[in-house]
Design a protein around this ligand. Structure first.
Ligand code: ZN
Length: 408
């Protein structure tokens, strides 16, 4: 099975290289904004909106006159940026269409101009002299850049693209490669149900709990202090710039702590089980509830789902996402009795039918496991009979997985 995989690692740049990277990112940002403006202008005048290819020709003409500085950077940087604008347009109109059909519930945003104050950004190469060595990567115009982690990037792989990006003063390179993946062999026998929560990140039906690092919460005090200090600095001053950098570093740190915890959790689940049952949480809807929003964004439910989907394929684990309206907390995992009501505050309850004492999250994870096992049986039954059954959750997840692999 051919898959597309991304490898991202930090660059170890010297001053000259850092300047060159800044120039490339600047050229990419300029080209993006220029292309977006050109498209909007054409649209307002009622002309045909130019494509990336049209704009590429136009930009090449301008390079000979007023944009001669662009010769200092690889032609790839602006060229890829033009393609990104096309992509952003496509995405916007695709979602607009879905929204009109009522199939898309998320936010709809027209492509925005890129601001330097929002981040240095990134630039991408798809062609040219790209070569990976154990401790350096060679890129067009930039030459050989040292890598902080040695022997991580695949040396002789088929490279599809390379993206260089900046975050909080650190530079990263991400290499997309196409590689052959062996059909995964999953020798595990255990099935597991997972209840995602805010108090604990996840409670599993085998009694394992994953505590939430709540990275944001712990660092919140520090973050608030930094934000207050930042707001007091005079706009445009050197001190404001310094405090902006400090804030960016803290934000990046928080994101990294969260990412680390989520990766450990999702890898553990997929590596050690043959079947995972999980709830389909309506993340966008829950984020609308302001009391829950921060805690949920902090736990990263959407990211958990994304990681589980691709890691399940990697380890050959079956992932079953159960209906979001299934009352997992209220269903007794022993006898199947469904309570009429269970307050969020109630952590322990006794089943009125069979008398079992349930811990809320533990019981929920067991109910999820039970229903996910019957769901997957149904799905497989439908597959073997060859009938065109309605799209079950299992097949939906599989479809989503394919899409994911194709995209990243
Ligand atoms: Zn019961």
């Amino acid at each position: 099975m051919k898959i597309t995989r991304g490898y991202k690692t930090e660059l170890d740049l010297n001053n000259k290289q850092r300047t060159a990277c800044l120039q490339h990112a600047g050229a990419a940002r300029f080209a993006y904004n220029w292309a977006l403006a050109r498209k909007q202008e054409a649209y307002k005048k009622g002309e045909k909106v130019p494509t990336a290819l049209d704009l590429h020709r136009e930009l090449n003409k301008l390079k000979k006159t007023e944009l001669s500085w662009m010769y200092d950077v690889s032609k790839c940087a602006p060229q890829e940026a033009l393609r990104h604008v096309d992509k952003a347009y496509d995405n916007f109109f695709r979602r607009l269409k879905l929204k009109k059909q009522g199939k898309y519930k998320g936010k709809l945003g027209f492509p925005q101009f890129k601001k330097k104050s929002k981040g240095i950004g990134s630039f991408r190469f798809t062609t040219g002299a790209i070569k990976v060595f154990p401790n350096v990567i060679q890129l067009p115009r930039l030459g050989r850049l040292r890598l902080k982690e040695h022997d991580y990037l695949p040396v002789n792989a088929h490279i599809l693209s390379v993206t260089v990006s900046e975050q909080a003063g650190r530079w990263f390179v991400s290499v997309q490669v196409e590689e052959e993946q062996q059909e995964p062999v999953n020798n595990n026998t255990s099935a597991i149900g997972v209840d995602l929560g805010i108090h604990t990140l996840a409670t599993c039906s085998d009694k394992v709990e994953f505590s939430n690092p709540r990275a944001l919460k712990k660092k919140l005090k520090k973050l608030k202090r930094l934000q207050r200090a930042h707001s007091r600095k005079q706009k445009g001053s050197k001190n404001r710039e310094k405090s902006r950098k400090r804030l960016a570093v803290l934000h990046a740190r928080i994101a990294n702590i969260r990412k680390d915890a989520l990766h450990k959790f999702t890898t553990h689940l997929c590596k050690n089980h043959t079947h995972i049952g999980i709830e389909d949480l309506h993340v966008a809807g829950m984020l609308k509830n302001h009391h829950l929003a921060q805690a949920i964004a902090d736990s990263g439910f959407g990211e958990i789902r994304r990681q589980l989907t691709y890691k399940a394929v990697k380890f050959g684990t079956r992932l079953v996402v159960i209906d979001r309206f299934y009352p997992s907390s209220k269903t007794c995992s022993v006898c199947g009795y469904v309570l009429e009501k269970l307050d969020l505050k109630v952590r322990v309850w006794t089943c009125p039918n069979c008398g079992t004492v349930h811990y809320r999250d533990d019981n929920a994870s067991k109910s999820i496991l039970a229903v996910s096992l019957t769901d997957s049986l149904n799905a497989r039954g439908a597959d073997s009979s060859g009938s065109l059954a309605t799209m079950s959750e299992t097949s939906r997840v599989e479809a989503g997985t394919k899409q994911h692999l194709g995209m990243s």
